[in-house]
Ligand binder design. Sequence first.
Ligand SMILES: Cc1cc2nc3c(=O)[nH]c(=O)nc-3n(C[C@H](O)[C@H](O)[C@H](O)COP(=O)(O)OP(=O)(O)OC[C@H]3O[C@@H](n4cnc5c(N)ncnc54)[C@H](O)[C@@H]3O)c2cc1C
Length: 379
Amino acid sequence: MNFELEPELVQMQTMVRDFAHDVVEPRAHEIETTNRVPDDLMRQAAELGLFGLSIPEAYGGVGLGMVGRCAVYEALGHAHMGFGGVISAHASIGTSGLVKLGTEEQKRRYLPRMATGELITGFAITEPSSGSDAANIKTKAVKHGDSFVLSGTKHYISNAPIAGLLTVIALTDAALGPRGMSAFLVEMNAPGVRVGKIDEKMGQKGALSAEVIFEECEVPAANLLGRENEGYKEALKILTNGRVGIAARASGAMEHLIELSTAHAKTREQFGRPIAEFQAVQFMLAEMAADLETSRALWQKVAWMVDEGADVQKMASIAKLHATEALSRVADKAVQIAGGMGYMKDYPVERWYRDQRLLRIYEGTSEIQKLIIARALLA
Ligand SMILES: Cc1cc2nc3c(=O)[nH]c(=O)nc-3n(C[C@H](O)[C@H](O)[C@H](O)COP(=O)(O)OP(=O)(O)OC[C@H]3O[C@@H](n4cnc5c(N)ncnc54)[C@H](O)[C@@H]3O)c2cc1C
């Protein structure tokens, strides 16, 4: 086993980490108050190649494998989590379906603009009546000649308010249930598609999510992604890979919180000495480090398995479950170590405590990850 990353990857990871620390984090207040990622940060992210991480070089992307992408996601984990959310919804679940299943014509039409960030994407399966029970969606796509007509409502769709293209999962044969679903590339300026209410969230400001409504929305048959009626199977694969990326982002966030907590523990004095000298505080830091290292080892293993072509459904769920629950423990301890300051809005830990909570919910809740793991064990 060799856990060392290629030198070019280490270089990219360092660049992204520096960008996260030195450029994005200092703009956190602006992102929080405007609930937007400023355009210049989006442009700088594009220059670093963050929008094209998974897009092959032939289409203008960086063309990283899963280990490479996750190494970058970990570095990105040091940035404001809303900013990381915008990038990952695009570069991960928004892009991977098209890269894997798209026809040459579809790839040429969309990927170059996606790689530069000119065209932002997202992925839409969740509906008001089907979240964890994703096999129970109601949005229909009915074939009419050379088109499919979509009707239904998706909600909580990340990037929807800024996206130009969504991968949408809809029923093409309702009688077949999950075996009758297909994936579509839907352009957001198509007649009959509109963004509804933008969600007001607990955290991850700047990462906008919203309702997306399809009213007799005509999508050319050329925008069917992959085979008809295989959309659910493919959606699960997109989500499985996305979960590994979330474990990597969570690891970066843990590292950031540990850095903040150790710095604070060394400088804050009580009872005439730095609180870092109290064993109770040291134990919290030690547990935080153990949570980080186990999460990191897991994403590294599972990302490597993806690159080797292995089936990672169970392991991706283990990585996401462990890393996101670990991040919640770490964020809680970061607040505790900071004391009263940890509860104050002008100290960043308060924001990280709110922002990290989402990672245990989206792309499958912790309970759904446990179901996937248990099903694999009992199969
Ligand atoms: C900010 C945000 C962004 C999102 N972005 C996207 C996106 O880009 N695209 C997209 O398609 N979706 C997105 N989602 C949706 C997200 O994936 C769902 O919210 C999530 O899967 C949970 O579904 P739900 O909210 O309907 O909760 P529910 O399914 O109603 O779950 C409620 C609770 O019941 C538990 N539960 C449900 N079923 C079981 C079971 N069988 N056994 C045990 N416990 C169970 C859950 O774990 C949870 O604790 C986003 C959500 C949020 C909040």
